[in-house]
Write a protein that binds this ligand. Structure first.
Ligand code: NAD
Length: 266
């Protein structure tokens, strides 16, 4: 392995959901390694200006492409627009995700549809659109941010758990289809809890629902699942994504990589 961090110079990295939380950190790290960042997410123009500055790299200025990933055509258009503007997608990080916590017998059907569309179907549409170009150029990395909930379940998260198990299964199927290609891989990352706006929302909701303080929710509910009793740091995920993205990552294929402080080892 190289002594210095792998360079991703001149690679085009398309990252969904990079306007917040984990995706934002992934974009910062891939940009630091020289990748040309293309990203989407829900954000206003002031936020996008700030993110463009944050994600600029030696390969060029960052490019924001608006997309609502709950609409099937938008995930496909994200890839085709990137190819039209920058010539290719080398690294596709399917990271955008949404959550809703409620018992299955009262789970709102529109929330089910939204979670399936953003967390699972958009991964299919973007992957489907990106693979032909990756195959023709002989290089491609598809990295799907699943979850520990892609491997195990928790109550009241039926749609999220189903969507993330779907992402892990989809990842394995794609990996087998591309295994004979020269330098193409598809992997899933399964993080435990990372402190982002998505989790902050759950902490607030649980505190209200159980009449607990937010600190109690963190220690007694959220981190109860994680044996190391601390949140996963987004920069730890970013280091793993960077490894998978470069040449040192070429033998990972079809993996569901746990990074969860021991949660799924139980
Ligand atoms: P976040 O809420 O901070 O960020 C989610 C991102 O997805 C944002 O950029 C948002 O704008 C984007 N997004 C949401 N709906 C969208 C839509 N319809 N169209 C386009 N973009 C949309 O969440 P996060 O915690 O950073 O989560 C990122 C990913 O990591 C998700 O897939 C999540 O399931 C997964 N994950 C998170 C945790 C955690 O503890 N935070 C743990 C495991 C897995």
């Amino acid at each position: 392995m190289a002594d210095t961090p792998q360079s991703l110079e001149n690679k085009v990295a398309l990252i969904t959901g990079a306007t917040s939380g984990i995706g934002e950190m992934l974009a910062v790290e891939l940009a630091r390694r020289g990748a040309h960042i293309v990203y989407t997410g829900l954000a206003n123009s002031t936020q996008i200006d700030a993110l463009n500055t944050k994600f600029a790299s030696s390969s060029g200025p960052a490019l924001f492409i608006p997309a609502d990933l709950s609409a099937p055509g938008d995930a496909t258009a994200l890839v085709t627009t990137t190819e039209a503007k920058l010539g290719r997608v080398d690294i596709l990080v399917n990271n955008a995700g949404v959550q809703h916590v409620e018992a299955v017998d009262s789970f709102p059907t529109d929330k089910w549809d939204l979670i399936m569309a953003v967390n699972l179907s958009a991964v299919f549409h973007a992957t489907r659109a990106a693979l032909p170009g990756m195959k023709s150029r002989g290089f491609g990395r598809i990295i799907n941010i699943a979850s520990a909930h892609g491997l195990v379940a928790s109550p009241f998260k039926s749609a999220y758990v189903a969507s993330k198990h779907g992402v892990v299964g989809f990842t394995k199927a794609v990996a087998l289809e591309i295994a004979a290609e020269a330098n193409l891989t598809c992997n899933a990352i399964c993080p435990g809890y990372v402190k982002t706006p998505l989790v902050d929302g759950q902490i607030k909701d649980q505190a209200a629902a159980h009449n607990m303080t937010e600190d109690q929710v963190v220690s007694d509910i959220i981190l109860a699942a994680q044996p190391n009793k601390r949140f996963v740091e987004a920069h730890e995920l970013a280091a793993l994504v960077a490894l998978l993205s470069g040449d040192d990552g070429r033998s990972f294929n079809g993996a569901a990589l746990s990074i969860d402080g021991g949660w799924t080892a139980r």
